[in-house]
Design a protein around this ligand. Structure first.
Ligand code: TGC
Ligand code: FAD
Length: 399
């Protein structure tokens, strides 16, 4: 092992990459990251505070097509117009998107890791051909309906029901808190059947389907969230995903989306940390920059520790996903740690900015409030603690 004998023999310390994590990335990884970073800087950052304040994402379809053109939708999937990128590259894209806003990363997660992944993994060849190329291009928007008003953390209790009627299916029930629900062209809906839980591809213009938007959100304001109402929606026999029965279907999709969040949360954290670092260098009190006070430096050092440890963890999990060795418990490890630490970083960054920390002129409070949703969706903190608790002890404490 070689240890630098003097500071001069080491590469220069980079405050934005103190551990030299960039050295772990391939030229292709860096190219993907830079492309998405440039796109977000150009297309999202100039408008996001305004969209957030207004509580809307007015150019959602346009942005989705642009994301499709960059290969960001269903990025690690292969064939059917998907980019076939590595898991690490997909993770880097999630980080860059969430550094702009969690709502944009959510759009990509739901489209690619939930709706497209479900079709790619559990659909028939015909379903893949029908839906995936348009979804990869961002022409067709998908959503993923698992959560119900009375069944969030415990989807096994879902009430949405699909009954056979001749060769058709009749779907009745309600889904809640569904990202992109009211703008989607196709909804992947999980429902109870006589055979167990199954997934259905529901064109959103089907009679009996409606998706009222959920308003008055104080988090993920630049993201569409909806209820799905299914009132005897008639679907043909081939609307069911043929390759899976049981909760392992939707939970298998969640592994992929949760993996993206492991990276994404570090994007929100990075943006908040950088905002705090800039501010600390320029804001003066008591005749000197606040970054010169030991208490501020302690905050910056602690934020940097958790930020870069989190990125290292995400990269480690990405390598495991690419090697095919990533376990669901390891995804829970990453989601639990990185979202919790990201919120902590945002909260500390907010204190460094003083009163400006609560202003939309800076991204910190927006990221912090977004992360309150990220902490809850895709499995709450408690669910991931219980997943790890079960893996550690062999004892199931969910029920
Ligand atoms: P349990 O009995 O443990 O498992 C039932 C079956 O599922 C299998 N399984 C998994 N398979 C793949 N990946 C995983 N992570 C899996 N976890 C479990 C399991 O092996 C079993 O298979 P089989 O074949 O033996 O039947 O299920 P449980 O009812 O005890 O529940 C376990 C628990 C609590 C961990 C699970 O229900 C859970 O994860 N709850 C949280 C629900 C959740 O995360 N919902 C997210 C909704 S989607 C969303 O939030 C999108 S946000 C938008 C955005 O991403 O931007
Ligand atoms: P509950 O399950 O009611 O939990 C409430 C509290 O009780 C939590 O703290 C929870 O951890 C705790 N709790 C529950 N059970 C236990 C236990 N056994 N032990 C200890 N504590 C427990 N869902 C989708 O299907 N698709 C989407 O696209 C989607 N998008 C979303 C977008 C946003 C903005 C939000 C906020 C949510 C979204 N969700 C989506 C829903 C999300 O997945 C759920 O909110 C989440 O799974 C938690 O369910 P719940 O809100 O019903 O909380």
């Amino acid at each position: 092992m070689s240890v630098p004998s003097s500071p001069r023999s080491a590469t220069a310390f980079d405050p934005h990459d103190p551990l030299g994590i960039d050295d772990l990335l391939t030229p292709e990884d860096l190219a993907v990251r830079d492309t998405i970073r440039r796109w977000a800087a150009d297309r999202v950052l100039p408008h996001i505070a305004d969209w957030y304040e207004r509580g809307e994402l007015p150019v959602l379809r346009e942005l989705t097509r642009e994301l499709g053109a960059m290969g960001a939708l269903g990025m690690p999937l292969t064939g059917y117009g998907c980019a076939g990128a590595s898991a690490v590259q997909y993770g880097l894209a999630c980080l860059e998107l969430e550094a702009a806003d969690s709502g944009i990363r959510s759009l990509v997660s739901v489209q690619g890791s939930l709706a497209m992944y479900a079709i790619h993994r559990f659909g028939s060849e015909e379903q893949r051909r029908r839906w995936l190329p348009g979804m990869a291009a961002g022409e067709i928007i998908g959503c993923f309906g698992l959560t119900e008003p009375d069944h969030g953390s415990d989807p096994a209790g879902m009430r949405t029901r699909a009954k056979r009627d001749g060769s058709d299916w009749l779907l009745t029930g309600r889904k809640m808190w569904i990202t992109n629900g009211s703008v989607a062209d196709v909804a992947v809906v999980w429902a109870r059947t006589d055979e167990g839980i199954r997934g259905f591809l529901v064109p959103t213009d089907s009679p009996g389907f409606s998706a009222p938007e959920i308003t008055h959100k104080w988090s993920l304001r630049a993201s569409v969230t909806s209820e799905l109402v299914l009132d005897e929606v008639r679907l043909p026999a081939d609307a069911v995903l043929p390759e899976v029965t049981g909760l392992r279907g939707p939970l298998g999709c969640l592994n992929h989306a949760r993996y993206g969040i492991v990276w994404g949360a570090m994007g929100a954290a990075r943006s908040s940390f950088e905002s705090a670092l800039d501010y600390a260098r320029s804001r003066e009190q008591f005749g000197r920059p606040i970054g010169g006070f030991q208490l501020t430096q302690a905050k910056l050092a602690d934020m940097a520790l958790e930020l870069h440890k989190g990125i290292l963890l995400a990269h480690h999990l990405g390598l495991r996903m690419d090697a095919g060795t990533l376990r669901p418990e390891q995804v829970s490890f990453g989601k639990l740690n990185n979202v919790r630490e990201a919120i902590g970083i945002c909260r500390t960054a907010r204190t460094v900015l003083g009163a400006n920390g609560i202003s939309l002129e800076y991204p910190v409070m927006r990221h912090a409030t977004n992360l309150e949703s990220v902490l809850t969706y895709e499995g709450t903190v408690e669910m991931h603690q219980l997943v790890l608790g079960k893996a550690l002890t062999g004892l199931d404490a969910f029920r």
